[in-house]
Design a protein around this ligand. Structure first.
Ligand SMILES: [Zn+2]
Length: 285
């Protein structure tokens, strides 16, 4: 059943595991992730990034995944991922999402704080959870080419405390060494920094850019205050690989378009199941 993300993350914090937040661009992929969570009796977060707004019918998709979630006996939160404006957040709340992430990390800190506070006031008035972000989680090649940028973007525990007290967010996305997209060299997670942010703020922490960070690193992070890990790239890569194999072996001649959609669904499902085990949330629903 649908629940606000806050409830899922508070239980994860108490149980020292993390809930997977899986980006789903359409109904098939959402069905795949929900099937994995249902099979493994795991709480799960279905996320739709603002960058997917143009890709699909956003409101119909939220309605459909909410309907599916409410048929299942596991806790499911729906989340606007990386909302960049108040308009997007209000749109997600009106569509029926139970949680929103406001990403003001590219803004000056006081502007991020002011806007996040506004969004918390709006969302909490209707029982919707809010994830804020402080620090900068970079993207792709940055890790390899400009490691100093990753270092500069790391979340400062004192800034985190000021931000949390001023905004009232329910969960905090932190920059502790992960990046979005593919890594070009081995990532370093700053577990000591996680510990300091977790004890300063007392909030469930969120890791963005979970894909390919390494299972052992992600599993370890759940013992250091991480209660939510975002995954997209690895599910997408698994689906692309499956389609490449089908076309390379000529199997597509025996298939129709709906069969290909089914393969994409299965790739999302398998990858989500893998991470549900890694995060320790299997059997927690
Ligand atoms: Zn992210």
């Amino acid at each position: 059943m649908l629940q606000p993300m806050r409830d899922l993350l508070q239980r994860a914090k108490a149980g020292r595991y993390a809930v997977g937040s899986f980006d789903v661009p359409n109904l098939e992929t959402a069905h795949g992730v929900l099937s994995a969570a249902h099979e493994l009796r795991s709480p799960v977060i279905l996320a739709i990034p603002e960058s997917f707004f143009t890709l699909t019918g956003f409101e119909p998709l939220v309605q459909a995944i909410s309907f599916m979630a409410n048929q299942l006996p596991i806790p499911v939160a729906t989340l606007l991922d990386h909302g960049k404006s108040r308009d997007s957040v209000v749109r997600a709340i009106r569509a029926g999402m139970t949680s929103v992430m406001f990403d003001g990390s590219a803004l000056p800190e006081d502007e991020n704080t002011r806007l996040t506070r506004e969004i918390v006031d709006i969302a909490h008035a209707v029982g919707v959870s809010v994830e804020g972000e402080i620090g900068v989680v970079g993207r792709g090649a940055v890790y390899h080419e400009r490691p100093e940028l990753v270092q500069q973007g790391l979340t400062d525990p004192r800034d985190a405390l000021v931000f949390v007290e001023a905004t009232g967010v329910d969960a905090l996305a932190v920059a502790v060494g992960t990046i979005h997209g593919h890594y070009t060299s081995e990532p370093t997670i700053h577990y000591d920094l996680l510990d300091r942010i977790a004890s300063a703020t007392g909030l469930p922490l969120v890791l963005h850019g979970g894909s390919s960070t390494g299972d052992h690193r992600l599993a370890k992070s759940t013992a250091h205050g991480v209660c939510k890990v975002n995954i997209y790239t690895d599910m997408s890569t698994a689906a692309m690989k499956r389609l490449e194999d089908i076309f390379a072996t000529g199997h597509h001649h025996e298939m129709r378009a709906n069969d290909l959609l089914g393969e994409v669904k299965l790739a999302f499902q398998k990858t989500a199941a893998h991470y549900i085990h890694v995060f320790g949330s299997a059997g927690q629903a």
